[in-house]
Write a protein that binds this ligand. Structure first.
Ligand SMILES: Nc1ncnc2c1ncn2[C@@H]1O[C@H](COP(=O)(O)OP(=O)(O)OP(=O)(O)O)[C@@H](O)[C@H]1O
Length: 367
């Protein structure tokens, strides 16, 4: 999969821009605040229908302009496609795939991307919600059915929580929960199973990457942790376990007005050579861990979709030491993965020509 070209109109600090991409490595060089990340953001937006930096689409429109557009020509499994986003301060955004309007959820799976930016360190250091988002994003890109199941699950939990509060206020009878719980269990099992399967694959792939980057010094392991599940429960049937847990936590749930078991509380645990990366990993180990995880996403999506996704590396070259940078570039080159890299300094790249270099200055780009 690759993006052939990108056309921006009044998007962020670009009033008019047309870019033809290299099918392998694209390096965007420039000082701070010139518009490098804005390019990465536009490609990322096209893959998921949202920015990684803002939830408000009007932030994407050039300061005083009423509207903006982003257009991409991309190849997927050998077929050319055209995708267009139209943003307006007055109206709802429009998405057109090959000239036909589509809904945001129909966008999922059109263009796949893997983004690695300095904020990704929070994936290891931060709260479980970030790791769940990472995993869900991964699976959703490969499986729109999972994305819909997740939406369905979130709806059930929200409705169950509303009911719990009503029961607490004696506005509803506790046995009303008997209607909701089977639906919750059914959806929770589907999500948990899919996440466990994805973690098994990521675990294998990420460890291969970690060994490669660390010169066979480090082993990375990723495991899925079901909130509240004890070791002796792990062999039990998942649906019966959820049923039992929901029943035994019913009183607590009513008191709190929230559902205390389910995949919305789960986590993934990363260890290097058996040591928990979040609590005991060095900065360098954490960075390598995230990089391995990101590179394993590439392999994961390739195994699910048949093609490598597009790799977006925003400002991460300065975060890696020379050896890791070298390993990374070698991997991208060997596998011919289309990659967009932003950096402030050409010194992060090898002397020889490795792809196409773009110079970015105040919303203008020159090759
Ligand atoms: N809606 C907008 N309209 C016009 N300009 C904008 C808008 N949003 C952001 N900008 C401008 O875009 C520039 C930031 O671009 P970007 O985030 O791509 O920087 P960068 O080149 O990646 O910098 P760094 O190296 O610091 O990450 C800033 O000059 C900012 O003022």
């Amino acid at each position: 999969m690759f993006v052939r070209s990108l056309t921006l109109r009044n998007y962020r600090n670009y009033s008019e821009l047309h870019l033809d991409f290299d099918q392998n490595i694209n390096v965007f060089l420039g000082q701070n605040a010139q518009g490098k990340t804005n390019i990465i953001e536009a490609v990322y937006y096209a893959s998921l229908g949202r920015s990684h930096r803002t939830h408000t689409d009007t932030d994407l429109i050039f300061w005083d302009k009423p509207a903006a557009s982003v257009q991409l020509d991309f190849d997927r499994l050998g077929v050319g496609n055209h995708l267009e986003f139209q943003f307006s301060r007055e109206k709802r955004r429009r998405i057109l795939l090959n000239e036909h309007p589509i809904r945001p959820k129909e966008l999922i799976g059109s263009i796949n991307t893997v983004l690695f930016s300095p904020e990704d360190l929070f994936l290891i250091k931060g709260a479980p919600a970030g790791r769940r988002r990472f995993l869900d994003g991964e699976i959703s890109q490969a499986s729109p059915a999972y994305y819909h199941e997740l939406q369905q699950y979130t709806r059930i939990v929200t409705q169950r929580n509303t009911l719990l509060k009503r029961i607490r206020e004696r506005k509803a009878a506790p046995d009303m929960l008997d209607l909701w719980d089977p639906q919750l269990v059914d959806s929770a099992v589907k999500i948990t199973r899919k996440r466990q399967e994805a973690v098994r694959k990521l675990n294998m792939l990420a460890n291969l990457m970690q060994r490669r980057i660390s010169g066979n010094q480090e082993n990375l392991a990723i495991t899925y942790e079901i909130h509240g599940m004890e070791a002796e429960d792990m062999t039990k049937d998942l649906a019966s376990w959820y049923n039992k847990e929901l029943a035994s936590h019913r009183e607590v749930d009513i008191l709190r007005g929230s559902t205390s078991r389910g995949p919305h509380h789960d986590d993934i645990i990363l260890t290097v050579n058996g040591i928990n990366l979040r609590s005991f990993g060095s900065q360098g180990q954490q960075r390598t861990g995230v990089l391995s995880l990101k590179l394993s996403e590439l392999e994961f999506l390739r195994s699910e979709t048949g093609e490598y996704p597009i790799l977006l590396l925003d400002d991460v070259m300065s975060e890696l030491d020379v050896n890791r940078r070298h390993q990374l570039m070698e991997f991208i080159r060997r596998e011919r993965i289309q990659t967009m890299i932003t950096a402030t300094d050409a010194a992060y790249f090898p002397q020889e020509r490795i792809g196409t270099y773009f110079h970015v200055k105040a919303g203008q780009i020159t090759r």
